[in-house]
Design a protein around this ligand. Structure first.
Ligand code: NAD
Length: 278
């Protein structure tokens, strides 16, 4: 067991070089790390996402990589829902003002009736579909962008649009795509420019899917009214102008954090490792 807080692959390899199987969560398992493994045959990701492992390098060495794709769908959907309502109702922002004895209606940004607004889901996979079910009663309309989703017929109330059209009509945009080369910085300056003024951005997927510098600029210009973030380009997240912006609500990648989800993934990981090769 590697002591907590070690994420640097060059440090990790000292512990892992002779392992037969590896269980990893936040650590980045890059090509030099994978190349230095002496006889590892399986890496089990303690997660849904596969983005922390260099998959081509793992496959080139014959190492199988497994994840647990469905252990925290309710949790992350609920977490995104909480960030959406927090951003729309400016709960953390008004609380901060209240605690500093600075509250005044002029200090909160204009709020609008949720039931007259449009929610946009980027990616329509497990978590986004669960979130859709929970948020549908709150919003006038739900639109989605997911060029790989083929089950539209089962969702007649969702309007499936091109990325540009989805961005242009949304009041709230919630990101649910995996992190891959095609989705990295999927929301950057050019995409923010296409959005409505005063849009809210929620990201519970992976930090790098949103260009953090572009998001900060859009918050400062007022293009983005509020943001809710659970994930960051660098994790563990360090403080920055983005995270401390008054209209940003931050949680430290706790979307999957429930006792039930953690029990479930622990049991599944044990099964994956113990049944490997049987
Ligand atoms: P999923 O694989 O079920 O869904 C992802 C969807 O994104 C798929 O429908 C896919 O077709 C779509 N997609 C892929 N590329 C796309 C693109 N370029 N444009 C638009 N859509 C695209 O994944 P999921 O379980 O719903 O997870 C979604 C995200 O949540 C992932 O990034 C995952 O890593 C993250 N996640 C976060 C936490 C957390 O604690 N915050 C926990 C679990 C998962």
């Amino acid at each position: 067991i590697v002591p907590g807080g070690i994420f640097d692959p060059r440090e990790l390899i000292k512990y892992a070089h002779d392992a037969d199987a590896i269980v990893a969560q936040f650590a980045k398992l890059d090509k030099p790390f994978l190349d230095a493994l002496e006889h590892c045959r399986i890496i089990a990701r303690y997660s849904i996402g596969m983005d922390t492992v260099d998959l081509p390098a793992a496959h080139a060495k014959g190492i199988q990589v497994a994840n647990v794709p469905d252990y925290c769908i309710h949790e992350v959907a609920n977490h995104a829902a909480a960030h959406i309502l927090n951003a729309l109702r400016q709960i953390t922002h008004s609380r901060d003002l209240l605690l500093r004895n600075e509250f005044d209606f002029s200090k909160i940004r204009p709020m609008h009736r949720c039931e007259e607004q449009t929610l946009c889901l980027l990616g329509f996979g497990h978590i986004a579909r669960e979130l859709y079910g929970k948020m549908k009663p709150f919003f006038a309309k739900v639109v989605a962008f997911d060029p790989y989703f083929s089950g539209q017929a089962a969702y007649p109330d969702v309007e499936f649009l091109s990325l540009d059209d989805a961005l242009a009509c949304a009041d709230v945009i919630s990101v649910h795509v995996p992190l891959m080369p095609a989705t990295a910085k999927m929301l950057s300056d050019a995409q923010f420019a296409k959005m409505k003024d005063g849009v809210c951005i929620i990201n519970t997927s992976r930090g790098t899917n949103v260009d953090e510098a572009a998001l900060l600029a859009a918050l400062e210009s007022g293009k983005v009214r509020a943001a809710g973030l659970d994930v960051y380009a660098d994790e563990p997240a360090s403080n920055s102008a983005l995270y401390s912006h008054p209209m940003v609500s931050c949680t430290p990648h706790i979307g999957a954090a429930t006792v039930e989800a953690q029990k479930r993934i622990g049991a599944e990981i044990v099964d994956i490792i113990t049944n490997f090769g049987k």
